[in-house]
Write a protein that binds this ligand. Sequence first.
Ligand code: C2E
Ligand code: CA
Ligand code: CA
Ligand code: CA
Length: 276
Amino acid sequence: GKTVGTGTIQYLTHEMDEQFTRKLQLERSLFTALEDEALHLAYQPIINLKTKHVDGFEALLRWDHKALGSIPPDEFIPLAEEAALITPINNWVVLEACDQLAKWHQQLSPDLTMAINISPHQFQSDSFVRTLQHVVAEKKIHPRFVTLEMTENIAILQTQRTVERMQLIKSLGFRLSIDDFGTGYSSLQYLRAFPIDELKIDKVFIDGIDLGENGLLDSIIQLGRNLNLNLVAEGVETSSALHYLEKTDCQQMQGFIFAEPLSVDEVAARFGDAAQ
Ligand code: C2E
Ligand code: CA
Ligand code: CA
Ligand code: CA
C-alpha cells in the first residue's frame, strides 16, 4: 500500500523532472539553433499515382541537437512557438525550401513543386504574405509551384479573416492545401468557403485500407472529387494500400513505401539522372 504509493510518486516526480530538464535544455539551445546551422530541411517525394513520377517534394523541418540528437518537429515547433522563436525559424523554412526548389528547377525538372507546412500562428502573422512574396521574387520561382499546407485547425479562428487571407495568397498564385484532412476541427462548411486546391488525406484513413476499413477514405475521396480538389494520400506504407489507391480518384501519394524524407544529397543520388 503505502510504500508502493510513495515509490510511484517518487518515480513520477523523477520522470517529470527529466521531462522538464529536457524541455529547458531544448528551449535554451533553440535560441541559437538557426545561427548554429543546426536546422535543416528533409524532402519527402510526392508521387503521381498514375505515372509514378515525382511531382514534387514536401519540406520537413529537422533539428540536429548536439547533445540530444535528432529532435522531431512535433516536439520542438511547439517549444519554439512558446518561446516566440518561431517566426525567424518559419521565415528560414520558406526561404530555404524555395531556394532548394529553384535549384531543382535547374538541376532536375522545371515543373517540380514544393510543399511547405504553415502553422496557424504563422498564417495569421502580419508579415507572412510579404515574406512569401519577397522569397518567390528573390528566388525567381512562380508561386504556382509552391503549395502551402495548413491543418483544418486554421478554421477555428476568425473565419472571415482566414478566408480573405487565403484569397489574397491564392490571387498571388500560390496553391493551398489542407493537411491531415479528417483529423482536426472538421466542418464541411469551411471546405466550401476556403479557396483551397488540395486535401491531404491523413495517414489514419490510409492505414484503414489494410484493416478493411475504407468507408471513410472512400467518402473523403468522393467529397474531394465532387469539390474538384487534388487528393494526396499520406503515409502509404504497404503495397496493398498502394494498389487500392491506384484504383481511386486520388492523384498523388506520399509514404515510406516509396521514400521517406530525404536529404538533398539523397535526392540527387535517387533522382539526379532525371536531369539528363
Ligand atoms: P505532416 O505535415 O503531416 O508531415 C508528415 C509526417 O509523416 C512527417 O513527419 C513524415 O516524416 C511522416 N511520414 C511520411 N510518410 C510516412 C509513412 O509512410 N509512415 C509514417 N509512419 N510516417 C510518414 P515529421 O517529419 O516528423 O513531421 C511531423 C509534423 O511536424 C508534420 O506533419 C508537420 O505538421 C510538422 N512540421 C514539419 N516540418 C514543419 C515546418 O517546417 N513547419 C511547420 N509549421 N510544421 C512542420
Ligand atoms: Ca504536411
Ligand atoms: Ca499530414
Ligand atoms: Ca501531421
